[in-house]
Design a protein around this ligand. Structure first.
Ligand code: N01
Length: 545
């Protein structure tokens, strides 16, 4: 619960979001003596893991790695029950962190920031919430996450449907029972693929509406063993240090060989071995899966053959075989029995790749000219990713420029952290940062440390304003695209490209040169006197304040 004490209306920093970014920001600000307030729209902390409590929700990064590394005692004392954590365990961890570091006193729950306008004369941001509260701050930080604005497609007749409706990213806090019910799941991304096997076990009948098939790898989740946890906890600090410079911000074995430089027999042996090991390691089977289409095809075909061997009905198996994009160019899914689910009597796959869902009706929906009736429809239809949450706030920078206006042709940032014309506004894991292309918590810690250290630098130097130079920003935007177009990623209609939202500008949003190389770039930027940023000293007329 948020603190009942009267909260200040002027602070050094306002933070939007009490997820993993917001919590670590608050911790660092407290230690460094910056006053802060954090607004969170949920009634609890945890961000993504607070909202995404759909059946089967689980992280695809190992628990020992998907956790904070900033505090040795925290990482030694916390016990993860499973190798890959379920949503409830990650949420419990976020709550533990909030309590352990006494952060709740800074957080105002169930409150959305509606607007934040920069006042150039006073060099402050004026922040306003949906409860009408107004707060003035020097620094404004958007820490609302990359995939936090759930999107339900604008199906015709959406309002006509009278049955139960759920979006996986906005799941009720009360238990949802599908027992004995006819259920539809629309969407087969990472979320749908996790939810479908669990819902299938409970529902009387489940219809899965698939537009594009996706590649999924078995998670091979298991209970955490004492030995495995200890192997991490002994030397955790060294392991974290190594993780920070890895391409994905995590430790995993990458085979530094082209898929085309080994014999067919050896290639199949390697894929088989990695399939047995499960997620994480799979894409690392060879070093050119994401850059060479011929190499990629060998892995994609291996997975398609696995699907054909698991799914008994050959027609269903073929519909489940992904053919629209190279493997890995949409986030590879992890599952626990996803393909096996289609062998169940009560599960039906509906292929909507040729004709979209026509409309929703009072009792269900119409697709492929057929009328379906459902007691519940689950939308696993994803998010207005990376920019949706930023645009939900009316952010205005210099001369009243709206962020939405500045980014109408696509997001523009320097290092994914700041955007020109919006002085003293930071974005944690914004477009142009590695964010979703690696271990999120690792990248979050890097961003938070860089932002906090920059603020400390400014305080020491008597600087009042930081803003990226337009040239540096333009070059970064070009660089992000250049790196992406050297890979196969742009060949997929993915949310990385903004392709899942009709009308959204198409441009590759995350930075995929790697978490480690991004960190090095940031270190160089700082070492070169914050190359690409410009600062202004405290003005004389404000010096006495
Ligand atoms: O969303 P998605 P998500 N009619 O956008 C379909 C992270 N995550 O929530 O592929 C019919 O990937 C859409 O079809 P298509 C992870 O980064 C992580 O699943 O566009 N269908 C697709 O099948 C992930 O990438 C974890 O043709 C429509 C689905 O809905 C990200 O979250 C777990 C449609 C949306 O897939 C988002 O995943 C879960 C329409 N009009 C999520 N519109 C782990 O850590 C959309 N679809 C394991």
């Amino acid at each position: 619960m948020s603190s009942s004490a009267i909260q200040p209306s002027t602070v050094d920093v306002v933070i939007v979001g009490a997820g993993f970014s917001g919590l670590y920001l608050l911790h660092r600000f407290e230690k460094e003596g910056f006053s802060a307030r954090c607004f969170e729209r949920g009634d609890g902390v945890g961000g993504t893991w607070y909202w995404n409590r759909y059946p089967g929700a689980r992280c695809d990064v190992e628990s020992m790695q998907y956790s904070y590394g900033f505090n040795e005692d925290l990482q030694q004392e916390w016990h993860w029950p499973e190798k890959f954590s379920a949503q409830a365990d990650i949420l419990a961890y976020a709550n533990h962190v909030a309590d352990r570091f006494d952060l709740r006193k800074y957080i105002t729950l169930e409150t959305e920031v509606r607007a934040s306008h920069y006042d150039e004369a006073a060099r402050v941001w004026h922040v306003e919430t949906d409860k009408g509260e107004k707060v003035t701050c020097k620094y404004f930080i958007m820490a609302g996450g990359c995939i936090s604005t759930a999107q339900v497609p604008k199906f015709e007749g959406l309002a006509d449907y009278k049955g139960e409706k759920y979006h996986t990213g906005n799941w009720p806090h009360e238990p949802v029972s599908f027992k004995g019910k006819r259920v539809a799941v629309i969407g087969t991304g990472s979320t749908g693929i996790q939810a479908i096997p669990v819902i299938a076990e409970e529902a009387a009948h489940l219809a899965v509406f698939q537009r594009q098939a996706n590649y999924s790898i078995p998670a091979r989740n298991m209970p955490m063993t004492e030995d495995y946890a200890t192997s991490w906890k002994d030397g955790y600090a060294e392991k974290r240090a190594e993780m920070r410079y890895q391409p994905n911000g995590m430790l995993r074995e990458v085979n530094d060989v082209s898929a085309l430089d080994v014999s067919e027999e050896k290639r199949q042996r390697i894929y088989e071995q990695r399939w047995k090991e499960g997620t994480g390691a799979f894409l690392g089977a060879f070093n050119d899966i994401l850059t060479n289409k011929a190499a990629n095809d060998t892995m994609a075909e291996f997975v398609r053959n696995k699907i054909r061997s698991i799914v008994k009905d050959p027609v269903t198996a073929e519909i489940l075989c992904p053919k629209t994009h190279p493997i890995g160019t949409k986030r590879i899914c992890i599952d626990s029995g996803y393909y096996q689910t289609f062998n169940r009597e009560n599960v039906e796959l509906v292929d909507i790749s040729q004709k979209p869902i026509e409309r929703l009706t009072e009792k269900g929906l119409v697709a492929n000219g057929r009328e379906f009736e459902f007691d519940a429809i689950v939308f696993a239809t994803g998010f207005d990713a990376m920019t949706g949450t930023l645009f939900n706030v009316d952010i205005r920078g210099r001369d009243g420029l709206a962020l939405k206006k500045k980014w109408e042709a696509g997001p523009r940032t320097y290092l994914g952290l700041m955007t020109e014309s919006f002085p003293n506004m930071f974005i944690i894991t914004g477009p142009g940062s590695p964010s979703v292309k690696g271990n999120m918590i690792n990248t979050i810690e890097q961003h938070v440390d860089m932002v906090t250290d920059t603020m400390i630098h400014m305080r020491k130097q008597g600087l009042d304003l930081i803003e990226p130079a337009l040239k540096a920003e333009d070059e970064w935007v070009d660089h992000v695209q250049e790196v992406a177009y050297k890979t196969l990623f742009p060949q997929a209609n993915s949310w990385y490209m903004g392709a899942n939202i009709p009308g959204k500008p198409r441009l590759f949003m995350p930075y995929i040169a790697g978490v480690g190389s991004y960190r090095r770039t940031c270190e160089d930027v700082v070492a070169e006197n914050y190359r690409g940023f410009r600062f202004e000293a405290k003005r004389q007329d404000m010096a006495a304040e």
